[in-house]
Design a binder for this molecule. Structure first.
Ligand SMILES: NC(=O)c1ccc[n+]([C@@H]2O[C@H](COP(=O)([O-])OP(=O)(O)OC[C@H]3O[C@@H](n4cnc5c(N)ncnc54)[C@H](O)[C@@H]3O)[C@@H](O)[C@H]2O)c1
Length: 278
């Protein structure tokens, strides 16, 4: 990894690809939800660079297809990707269990197998405890928690033995933020659900882990990046004094999916610049 944090601009982060390769990944098949942008798009690109065929899915189908095309074009010019994987885009609403089954069927038809399932789609609504509406609470639990459970259920039905699921939790699972009670609750639920899934899906040889990012440079954190006071406050709680990049979350993701993590299950890896300790 190349470190390029800018002392004059600590919000700027490295977006270069991680150099770890994990050659055993080539030819495998991954499903990534919420892959139209942000971390999901970085996961899709990083996996395809290492020869993994990727079915990316998002509720924003147009952007998902455009992102899949862009990754394909970029890979054709990328020297790290000797034989890149294919990247296909599809629509999913992760709150619908049937959509996950349909996604699995697309992957099986396109690629013949499913090795990895990344439950990445998420929403981050603001609502103070006294104001938050029932609809807002339901929406965040539906997308962030049920979306993960439904994905894991479909994965369990169709994944090859030795497959791996990774769910996106957050530092918010263990740190509370004003106005984010529903979100924090949902991400704590994802961390716990990950353990429950690991206990049961271990019977099928499927590993289930989570990643708990801190402040990562995506649209989801644009509000922090565009407000100098909010950014300074945020960076005060990050021992590494900068935001992370999606590519820096991909490194631990790749490890969790890889054979190097074959005895790791039910775990959440923090990728937060140390912010859970402040
Ligand atoms: N960015 C951060 O700092 C951060 C920190 C901790 C955890 N996370 C988590 O990481 C994951 C990815 O975050 P990001 O920053 O890339 O977010 P993002 O907002 O850039 O991307 C999220 C994607 O999920 C999609 N999505 C939303 N609802 C959906 C639904 N019902 N069905 C299908 N797709 C849907 C969106 O269209 C979008 O493309 C999320 O689960 C988020 O909660 C992010």
């Amino acid at each position: 990894m190349t470190e390029t944090a800018d002392a004059q601009n600590p919000g700027r982060t490295d977006t270069s690809q991680m150099s770890a390769l994990y050659p055993e990944m080539a030819g495998k098949v991954a499903i990534v939800t919420g892959a139209a942008r942000g971390m999901g798009a970085a996961f899709a690109a990083g996996l395809a660079t290492r020869g993994v065929n990727v079915l990316g899915a998002d509720i924003n189908e147009d952007l998902m297809v455009a992102t899949a095309d862009e990754i394909t074009t970029t890979l054709a010019a990328n020297s790290l990707a000797a034989t890149p994987g294919r990247v296909v885009g599809a629509r999913i609403d992760v709150t619908k269990a049937d959509d996950h089954e349909a996604l699995a069927q697309i992957a099986l038809k396109e690629f013949g197998r499913i090795d990895f399932w990344i439950n990445n789609a998420g929403i981050f609504p603001f609502g103070l405890v006294e104001d938050i509406s029932p609809e807002q609470i339901s929406a965040v639990l539906d997308v962030n928690v049920e979306g993960v459970l439904f994905g894991a259920q479909a994965a369990a039905r169709h994944m090859v033995p030795g497959g791996a699921i990774v769910n996106m939790s957050s530092v918010s699972a263990v740190r509370n933020r004003r106005g984010r009670a529903a979100y924090c609750t949902s991400k704590a639920a994802v961390a716990h659900l990950t353990q429950s899934l690991a206990v049961e899906l271990g019977d099928k040889g499927i590993r289930v882990n989570a990643i708990a990012p801190g402040y990562i440079d995506t649209e989801m954190t644009r509000w922090v990046q565009e407000d100098p006071v909010a950014l300074a406050n945020a960076l005060d709680s990050v021992p590494l004094h900068r935001l992370g990049s999606p590519e820096e979350v991909f490194g631990p993701m790749l490890f969790l999916l890889s054979d190097s993590a074959r005895y790791v299950t039910g775990h959440s890896i923090a990728v937060d610049g140390g912010s859970r300790h402040v």
